[in-house]
Design a protein around this ligand. Sequence first.
Ligand SMILES: [Zn+2]
Length: 390
Amino acid sequence: MKKTAKILMASVAVSAAMLISPMVAMAQNIPAAVVTENHAPRTKNVILFLADASGVAALNAASLMAYNEPMKLNIQSWPHLGLSETSPVDNFVSDSANGMSSIVTGVKTRNGVISQGPDVIRGQRDGTPTKTLLEYAEERGLLTGVVSSQSIADATPAANYAHSNDRGKQGEIFMQAFTPRYGDGVDVLLGAGRQRIGGLLTQAGTSFDALASAHNRPVYTSLEDAAANNTRPIVVADRIDVRAATLRALDLLEPSEQGYLLVVEWDAHTDDVRKGLQNIVDFDRLMAEIAGRVNLDETLLIFTSDHSFGVQVDGGKRGQDLMEGYDAWKASGSDADLVRLENVLVNRTHTAEEVPTLAIGRGAEQVRGYFPNTHLFNVIMNSWGWEASQ
Ligand SMILES: [Zn+2]
């Protein structure tokens, strides 16, 4: 008897509920059809990793810088890959606000706009609010979390839990975390931006303390300060350790019987090329750690970016430091738009070309080919088995 049939019969005999995982199937060469028949259809948990401004060339450069070899990032071995097109409705090049809003609402909009439709006039008139994955998850009783290396009210994290006609309005964006449209709002919110948000709150006649007492939800100044027994912490720090914050968020979200949505942003702008690439390398290690921790049978992990950036490796030799010339550039204090290192050219701006999307876990096979970034909203909704609504 063939191994496949034996395993199938054994699993049926033991219990109808006993499932063969795709990972096991892949390892044992079980045909996909057999796996599907024995499978509960839905993803329970989704983790969306967003490296801000990380295109194909940035991943390549990060691998060359850290490992002196191409394709050494852990995520470069994830089995499913597609190319995500990031433009807003009226331009070719996206900013983070449009980019992230498109991914998490399935509706492309205009640059600078946080999860509102293209009927918006930036900074002047609200557009139709577009319902976010986090709002769908809250509506259905999942636990939700957002972690960011940046201000927790900056465009990428904000697009998950807020709606605004201008990304610059970080004070009112942050306040929306306390007045959700669905469920009880984002459960775990961990990021930076203490000064910026605090200043805007003061201008609006409020403060972190006032919000915290009005809504009976402390706003901590650091991850370390967040009370261990607070299961819905908000941290707005000056700087945040993304790995520690992400692991803390997972500890809090994983007990959810309904499942969870976790969104993690790590900045990867390569204005400062070494810094941006190092962020990608560190993020990659974190993603590998998490992929090893969660149950990929019931969890979908997606890595993508909101838009690309003008960084390219155009020289260099194996065995030599990719960053030759970086220290001299850094010491020069130059703020020129073009940075010419020995082996790396940086055009310090967002660029229009498609960005990589890598996926692993339940539902990951939907990520393939070229697609508009709004497709990622559908991938995640499909994996949960949910229909879009308002
Ligand atoms: Zn961005």
